[in-house]
Design a protein around this ligand. Structure first.
Ligand code: HPA
Ligand code: ZN
Length: 337
């Protein structure tokens, strides 16, 4: 198959995006607009200056810039505009459902109230469903460089909105902040009925994925790349069909892999794992979801059948109810028939 016909297949496939940090969809153009609107000085004066800084050699270098950029988000309208811009862009790639992380502590820490952040995002999500037909779930993410007590404080602060979140996540600096640092917090979240996600094995060792999977009992592993170093862990991921939300262009940008040819996606598909392809922080890593599919397919020589499996997996791995999953799976089959 030629690249262009494979790209048209990718475009045509209904997809779910399961690993997307809304603050990581902050395009520099919008960042500069909001900086001007809120009269905030940004270190970057031009788009070229901003884009030149988007050059990372590890996760922490990215995170430093990610937290810097989001400082200009102040009002409910800002959070709405950020989320609305993402949804419109995702809809262009035929994303039909998104499960979106947000990092409240990165905003409340600098004095933006939890309700301002959350109501702004929720308003855009409701609009996305109404105007674009894109459904969404919100995932409250804890920052792992902060303490477990800080996580409990966020859980308390967010009490009035708990019915608006499908689950919780854990992101930010992975090394030195293993899953078990949050064992009590995750136990509490499980008791409260939240789905459990955790970034693990992006930079951290396979032992972190094991902790997340076996000791915490997460429902989904975000990234999970380094699982591939541990054959017994691969077997557990296969047997349990625990989803992995891989992010190929993110992996490349953050030097988790040196070349897209080293992406684990194909090996994970061939091992029978429930792997999905996602964009993570698309404004920083050079592409939204379709480009992640395209570049990965090109580098790894994925077949059309494997691309269709990735789209299927995106809904199977979602937190949608069974009937919702079936509806989307049927839509994929119709799109490729
Ligand atoms: N890893 C960890 N934390 C993050 C990421 C990521 O890829 N994106 C935004 N926060
Ligand atoms: Zn992520």
């Amino acid at each position: 198959m030629t690249d262009s016909s494979q790209n048209s297949l990718i475009q045509r496939l209904p997809k779910a995006e399961l690993h997307l940090h809304i603050e990581g969809s902050f395009e520099p153009e919008l960042m500069m607009q909001l900086a001007a609107r809120n009269r905030i000085d940004l270190r970057f004066k031009t788009l070229d200056e901003a884009k030149a800084a988007y050059n990372f050699s590890n996760l922490q270098e990215f995170l430093d810039l990610y937290y810097e950029g989001m400082q200009v988000l102040r009002t409910e309208e800002d959070f709405h505009d950020l989320t609305w811009a993402y949804l419109q862009r995702a809809a262009q790639d035929n994303v039909r459902h998104v499960e979106m992380f947000f990092d409240p502590q990165a905003h409340t820490e600098r004095g933006v109230p939890f309700g301002v952040v959350t109501e702004g995002i929720l308003a855009a999500l409701a609009r996305g469903e109404k105007e674009l037909g894109v459904t969404s779930y919100l995932i409250l993410s804890f920052l792992r460089h902060l303490s477990e007590d800080d996580g409990f404080a966020l859980l308390k602060e967010s009490e009035g909105w708990h019915d608006r979140f499908v689950g919780v996540g854990l992101d930010s600096s992975e090394m030195g902040h293993p899953p078990l640092k949050f064992e009590r917090l995750y136990k509490r979240c499980r008791e409260m009925g939240f789905k459990l996600c955790m970034h693990a094995g992006e930079e951290g060792p396979p032992a972190y994925v094991r902790e997340a999977l076996i000791e915490i009992g997460v429902d989904r592993i975000d990234h999970g790349n380094r699982s591939m170093e541990d054959p017994a862990l691969i077997q557990i991921l296969k047997d349990t069909q625990t989803p992995l939300t891989n992010c190929p262009l993110s992996n490349l940008s953050l030097c988790v892999i040196n070349d897209l040819k080293d992406s684990p996606v194909k090996a994970q598909l061939e091992a029978g794992l429930l792997v999905t392809v996602n964009s993570d922080d698309p404004a920083y890593f050079g592409g939204y979801i379709a480009r992640n599919y395209e570049k990965t397919a090109e580098a790894l020589g994925l077949s059309d059948a494997q691309l269709i499996t990735l789209a299927h997996n995106s809904f199977t791995a979602s937190f949608l109810p069974e009937a919702g999953k079936q509806k989307h799976l049927a839509a994929i089959d119709a799109a490729v028939a």
